[in-house]
Each structure stands twice: as C-alpha cells, then as structure tokens.
Design a protein. Sequence first.
Length: 229
Amino acid sequence: MSPTSTPRESQHMHSVFGQHPSGVLLAAQLVAVLAYPFLDDSAPGRALLGVLQLAVVLIALWAVRRTPALSWIAVIFGAPAIVFTVLEALVPDADWVVLVSALLHTTFYFYISYGMIKYLFHDDRVTRDELYATGAAFTVVAWGFAYLYAAAQVVWPGSFIAASGTGEREWFELLYLSFSVLTSVGLSDVTPVLAHARSLVMVEMVAGVLYVALVVARLVGLTVSRHVR
C-alpha cells in the first residue's frame, strides 16, 4: 500500500462510518453478543465487557443524532447509565446499583429504539442507513427488555428460572431470553415464573409482533413500490 493511498482509504472509512451510524451500532451490539461468552469468566474479561457496553452506549448516542429524536434526552439517560455501568463492574453484588443501572439502561435503550423507529418513518425513501437502523432498532429493543428483566429480578427475586436451576439469572441469560421472545422463536431455556415477570415477557411478545407487522412490513412495502415505480 502506497503512502498516498492511506489517507484516502482512511477518509473513505471515516465517510462510511459517518454515513451509517446505525450500521456501526448494529455491528457493535453483535460483537458484544459474540464476545460475551469468551470474556465473562475472568475479571479482566468482565472489565473488557464493561468497556464494550460503554462503547455501545456511546455509539447509540452518536447514532441517535441522525434520527428525529432529541439527543439531549438520550444524553440525560445515557450519561448516568455509563456511570452505573462502571459502578456495577466495581460492586456487582450491590442490589441497588444493579437496579438503578438496569432501569437507566432500560429507559436509555427504549428511547434509542423510539428514535430509530421514528427515523424509519420520517420519509418514504429507504436508504442504506435505514436498513441498518431496522436491525439496530430491533437489537436495541431486545437489550432494553433484557435490562428490564434484570431490574425485575432484583425487585421480585426468583422471577426467572433456567435449566441450570433457580436463583438470579445472569444478564446474558436474560438477553438470550429477550431475543427468543422478541423473535418469537421460543428457544430459550430461561422461563419467567412469577406473575410480574410473565407480564413483562408478554409485553415483549406483543412488541416483537408489532415490530414485524409495522416496521418491517412498511420497509418491504416501500422497497417494492420503489422498484415498481
């Protein structure tokens, strides 16, 4: 590679990332999901996971600037979420820290998903970043419900059980449950057993069906009509 081509390639990469923040957010979330099983068994790994979670929050803040949502509202919830992500890594056994962190992340991710869905509905054109935003919004909703489940099991201990037994479920198990419910595949071995937990799971079931019926169906319809025209 010649020295003259390096700045041009760097500028091209910067342009791609700048034009598709939703794609960067989607990629960061998928990387975090794939990295979790490799990093959760050690203290350095958990610290690196914390850094990844912080990165996802920051990328989400960056991505929401392209949407019709209000960035300052996202910052109001995102900044404390970053602080409590660090606190939770330092004192993972403090229930109040886990609860506040989960509630902040839940509110933050739901607002980010609102901004992205609003972004998808703001015009009748389908851009490449909007395609990425469709996937990113879906994963953001799944993360939001996973944190909501984490808060629920602090308030109502024993809300979820799994094949491995009773007790508090790890956040990755709750994320697995959230993706299973949102996609309606029903493959999770984590099960809600208390009434409040089942209520939250039913709400996510409805959210998953509505997302496909409203967001994905509209996107497909616009794509087909564009080709027809």
